[in-house]
Write a protein of this length. Structure first.
Length: 457
């Protein structure tokens, strides 16, 4: 097999969770088994630098309304059967496609079962009257519960996931299927970007129970992790919500709090305003190595230079162009279009950039991510940001960078390095010519097979 970054064929021996030996025609020892490489590429395992693991698990048990019209959405909610928790749960709502929703609209569709519908951004839940009553929302004091002039909940819950999770009182979803799915894609490292309290407990518990085989970096505010070789505390995730922009001094104060604890910050920025506010707050707080911006969905050349001068990393999501690029094109001001989801322009300015999925809001397939970064094609075939295209090798290098240094030096297959690896069924050059998850032949995490046992031989 060829071992990244080498292209000459060699054998690779794994012992004790690390690459122990590399060379031509290594002889198996009596206590070893052989995985045939057949000249396929052996890469460091891929890293997804921004996912939401619990949301991925929850989506699997939900009604996905992404491709439905408003009329079909209405009939689907009306005819839906409640899940194990007694709720009708839907995801993928888009206000542009489906129109405005609130408790009144949902009640007209279904007033028998409690219904909750998640906006595609993950920032908003829409809940009908039976659902609000079950949650105790009319009497609750949570700031995310939107109310009308009479003080009645409208059914819109803004960034209220921690409160909602507690009010539901249910068991957290199993992450076993999520871990298996990611392993089948060649993903061995993930950064869980869920900011709410609770994620700092749920995800580590899933790793400890071996539901998640991946190495996980947790970005939640309550990330106090038990010692574990596959767990790490990452930067503190902060959200600059466009519907309720924070005060710059308050944002800077939260940044200082994280920095005093030795944690960089990872700031969600989806608009020019949010990015400008973040840069101003970082100037007030002072930077820390590892500070990063998540998404950076709109940034002009000046903003790119400001990010580079402060050595702020960017984690971007090219698959959102493939999934929603036509919507972005129609929704934003024309002058913003060249600045949407920049990639090559950020690199030219000297910004460290890595790609990620933002799953379940984006496609978790890293091979689709490489295609999207290289092609920048929308569903209709429009090229969104031709000057922002990068070679697939560039997107791959971002996925090979460490979780705590997105866009930094790539991990390599070398003696003494961790045996977190992905074996392809063909040479890397061929795989990148037409990237597809079907090229993943086996995935190894800490030297153990996490996917592809059928290829032993």
């Amino acid at each position: 097999m060829e071992t990244y970054p080498r292209t000459d064929p060699v054998d690779c021996r794994i012992r004790g969770g690390v690459v122990a030996e590399m060379g031509r025609q290594l002889r198996p020892r009596p206590d070893e088994f052989v995985v045939r490489g057949d000249r396929g590429a052996l890469l460091p395992g891929l890293a997804d630098h921004h996912v939401h693991l619990a949301a991925m698990a929850a989506q699997d048990a939900s009604l996905d309304v992404t491709a439905l019209s408003r009329d079909v959405l209405a009939s689907s909610v009306a005819q839906a059967v409640a899940g194990e928790d007694g709720w009708v749960r839907a995801v993928g709502y888009d206000d542009v496609v489906h129109g405005d929703l609130d408790r009144t609209v949902l009640d007209a569709w279904n007033r028998v079962l409690p219904v909750r519908v998640q906006h595609r951004s993950g920032a908003l839940w829409l809940v009908n009257s039976p659902g609000l009553e079950r949650l105790g929302a009319p009497a609750a004091a949570h700031h995310g519960i939107e109310r009308d002039s009479a003080g009645r909940p409208t059914g819109r819950l803004w960034r209220a996931d921690p409160w909602l999770r507690k009010a539901l009182g249910g068991r957290p979803p199993s992450l076993r299927a999520v871990g298996a799915r990611l392993a089948a894609l060649g993903v061995t490292h993930v950064a869980d970007a869920t900011p709410e309290e609770g994620a700092g407990v749920l995800v580590p518990e899933a790793v400890r129970r071996e539901e998640l085989p991946q190495h996980v970096m947790v970005m939640a505010s309550d990330a106090e992790l038990p010692p574990h070789p596959r767990l790490a505390v990452g930067p503190l995730k902060l959200v600059v919500a466009d519907h309720a922009l924070p005060d710059v001094d308050d944002l800077a104060g939260r940044m200082r709090w994280a920095h005093r604890d030795g944690r960089p910050v990872a700031v969600h920025c989806a608009t020019r305003t949010a990015l400008a506010l973040t840069l101003a707050a970082l100037d007030l707080a002072g930077g820390l190595d590892g500070d990063r911006v998540e998404h950076c969905a709109v940034s002009d050349a000046g903003a790119a230079e400001e990010l580079a001068s402060r050595q702020i990393r960017v984690v971007t999501q090219p698959t959102l162009i493939a999934l929603r690029g036509d919507d972005y094109w129609g929704r934003v001001d024309p002058e913003d279009r060249p600045d949407l989801w920049r990639y090559a322009g950020l690199l030219r300015a000297g910004v460290r950039v890595a790609v990620s999925s933002d799953a379940p809001y984006g496609d978790p397939d890293p091979w689709a991510c490489m295609r999207a970064a290289s092609e920048r094609l929308t569903l209709s075939g429009r090229v969104l940001g031709a000057n922002e295209r990068v070679p697939m090798e560039v997107a791959l290098r971002g996925m090979l960078s460490p979780l705590d240094d997105p866009g930094g030096p790539v991990r390599r297959v070398a003696v003494g390095r961790p045996a977190d690896l992905v074996l392809l069924d063909r040479p890397l050059r061929e795989a990148l010519r037409a990237p597809d998850a079907s090229h993943v032949r086996a995935t190894f995490i800490e030297g153990r097979i996490a996917y592809g046992a059928r290829y032993l031989g």
